[in-house]
Design a protein around this ligand. Structure first.
Ligand SMILES: Cc1ncc(COP(=O)(O)O)c(C=O)c1O
Length: 389
């Protein structure tokens, strides 16, 4: 844009999304092995589509729903939160949102005043960083401990607290590292939040995709955390519904009243047809979630095996969850992850995401998605092996 005075510094200060940039570049290359996107490649299960079709036929979807969502869906979500997240949820504490993303945006808007600091572990999902900037907040990135599988450095997070700190925001299982933050760590983090009167905003998009005995833990289930936690969840990852744009958040009623004031100008309500699809997802058989999880476990293992064959090029921490991993690039050119990514695309026809997109401590890494068919992983690594032969 030639005249930048026509737009806000809020947006001009935000760089281009490396994920979308790599997608754009990948489209210019024929027959790419695509490991860039954090989205399920499976289609939405049939019974969920049928739930939406029934709601359309019954004339239920042409109108806005109540702002906070279709009552039956909120009831189903409250039951799910009690059962799977040990959160003592009531229907009145739920807002159905346009994916987890809109819930996060509304939550951050409701919590941050201009200049407020939000502590995030790093590397982290780049959208979280941008959402804080969009709310005129200041992201404060605290590096995770890579040698310990990118675990939270809770002591460093506590040291990062200043009088301007308003909130802590994290995702677990993590995008981009796949780390599942364990209950012990989250108990210590909760103490930091309580001691410093901070809000905790969570992104639990990958809650059902955990492996090797890791357990997903919701910090809002801890005593005293209900009053300061906004927990964001989604149907889009769990049920392969990314295009339906449907998620939800949980917080106490006082937060909900304030977050609703941000949710309405952002969305009015989540798409009504998608809310009925989500209801069918909650009420229907859950085998599809188990199948997705088993597939991601198999593809994670395959990706690790393939990385093991390239020890001079990559080292990695085995992800305990999500469908993403974040290998470190050991070769010299990898210090600049964006150029390295472009080189892999050009020379090997493999599309990955540069680690620098996830904060400065992500530099010299690549994010690779294993939510793809096994064949795609094999093709990608066959090409990488030839390239680094
Ligand atoms: C950690 C995380 N949160 C949220 C989202 C987006 O979720 P939704 O589709 O529900 O908005 C993504 C998508 O990649 C993600 O990785």
């Amino acid at each position: 844009m030639e005249d930048s005075s026509l737009v806000s510094q809020r947006v001009t200060g935000i760089g281009k999304s490396a994920i979308h940039e790599m997608t754009r570049l990948s489209q210019e290359v024929e027959d790419v092995a695509f490991l860039s996107w954090a989205k399920p490649t499976s289609d939405t299960p049939e019974h969920i589509k049928e739930g939406a079709i029934r709601a359309i036929a019954d004339g239920l979807v042409g109108d806005y729903s109540p702002t906070s969502g279709v009552p039956a869906l909120r009831r189903g979500i409250a039951d799910k939160l009690k059962r799977d997240n040990r959160i003592d949820a009531r229907d009145s504490q739920i807002i159905v949102t346009v994916g987890a993303i809109e819930g996060l945006a509304a939550a951050i808007m409701a919590v941050c005043d201009p200049g407020d600091e939000v502590i995030l572990p790093s590397p982290t999902y780049s959208t979280h960083i941008r959402q804080v900037v969009m709310a005129s907040g200041r992201p404060v990135l605290v590096p995770c401990i890579e040698e310990e599988g990118f675990s939270l450095d809770v002591d460093a997070m506590a040291e990062a607290v200043t009088p301007r700190t308003k909130a802590i925001l994290y995702c677990s299982p993590s995008n981009p590292t796949g780390t599942v933050f364990g209950e012990d760590q989250l108990r210590r983090l909760a103490a930091v939040a309580r001691d410093n009167n901070l809000v905790v905003i969570t992104d639990e998009a990958y809650e059902y995709f955990v492996f090797d005995g890791n357990q997903h833990f919701s910090i809002a289930s801890l005593p005293g955390m209900e009053e300061r936690t906004i927990s964001c969840f989604t149907f889009t990852k769990t049920y392969a519904m990314t295009g339906w744009r449907i998620g939800y958040l949980h917080a106490n009623e006082e937060f909900v009243e304030q977050i609703t004031k941000a949710h309405i100008p952002l969305a009015i309500c989540a798409p009504t047809v998608s809310q009925y699809a989500a209801l069918a997802a909650l009420e229907g058989p859950q085998d599809c979630v188990v199948e997705f999880r088993d597939h991601y476990l198999a593809t994670r293992n395959l990706m690790c095996e393939r990385l093991d064959r390239m020890p001079s090029v990559f080292s990695y921490q085995k992800p305990g969850g999500s469908y993403l991993m974040f290998p470190r690039i050991l070769v010299e050119e990898g210090r600049d992850s964006l150029s390295f990514c472009k080189r892999l695309l050009r020379e090997a026809r493999v599309s990955t995401t540069p680690g620098v997109a996830f904060g400065p401590s992500g530099e010299a890494h690549l994010r690779m998605s294993f939510c793809v068919p096994e064949q795609t992983i094999n093709t990608a690594f066959d090409r990488l092996e030839v390239n680094f032969g």
